[in-house]
Design a protein around this ligand. Sequence first.
Ligand code: SAM
Length: 325
Amino acid sequence: MRVVSLFSGIGAYERALKNVGIDVELVNYCEILKDKSRAYSILHNVSEEKNLWDVTKIDTQKLEDFDLLVYSTPCQSFSISGKMLGLEDLRGTLFYNALEVIKAKMPKYCVMENVANLAGKRFAKDFEAMRDALELLGYNNYWKCINAKDFIPQNRDRVYLVSIRKDIDDGCFLFPEGNDNRNWWDLVDLKDMRPLTNRQQRMVDYAMGINKEDSINLEGEIYFDNAVITLRQSGLRFQHNREYPTITAFYGKGGGNFTIIAKDGKVLGGITPRNCFKLMGFEFEDSELLTEKGFSNSSQYIMAGDSVCVPVLEKIFEELLVEKK
Ligand SMILES: C[S@@+](CC[C@H](N)C(=O)[O-])C[C@H]1O[C@@H](n2cnc3c(N)ncnc32)[C@H](O)[C@@H]1O
């Protein structure tokens, strides 16, 4: 299957395609950031010459034909304030650039993922305009909000949009239902934890009642049996959802946002990039390889946090493509 990937990041779609046994011929990928492009090229063993770099500069006339487009636009690309004029409003957004590629090449399938908010009240009109634009080009659209926790132990609510060219669509596409019951401690390497910084340790000690000097804002029910604890500038938040952390790019961006985990009454430490990769459905070895190639922890946190949960995509591709291989 010939594939073009836009906004490629570390290529969760490409990994999912490989995992379900689809024979992928990557025509091009498109990732504007240098370190992500290099990581993509390492993880998928392709030359960076295949990178189109900036989606706004793609010359669609020069693009080869392909069957499948995968494109998770950055979330800011749909934050279109204002008049809700449908497609006109989409101009100037990165979604519009993806649409230009689709219009020029008309692949059989297009798959995208974005924050669930896109399907929510605030952006409903934008999302509708996106689907209308695709429909106008000749696609049937299927979409659903899926929480990755039913596929891998991560709380990650996202909207998935599958567009199938009308002339090949049999109308039978159904989104998968997940039934994964694992918890984060079944998946991550419990020995691979990031030591807490002094500041983080003081916050934890405060929650444990050991540190009586500081005054730290605590949210949620304080517990250390199986705990996902989010650190913010303002304090600690004990997530009510103890089984599933949420991996975010903020870990790599400074500002103190981080996740630490506790088990059996003991704080194990901070989540490592290696465990973040695992909770996204990549492998420990992917992060190890990137570390070996000189990628910092921060850049790996950002890569994992910006990516898509691979097992959700695997199930979508199984439904969409495996029968039709
Ligand atoms: C939500 S992430 C997608 C992650 C990806 N699907 C993955 O599996 O890791 C969006 C990506 O689009 C990239 N990006 C932003 N603006 C871009 C542009 N103008 N051209 C190409 N890529 C862009 C960002 O650097 C980021 O990696």
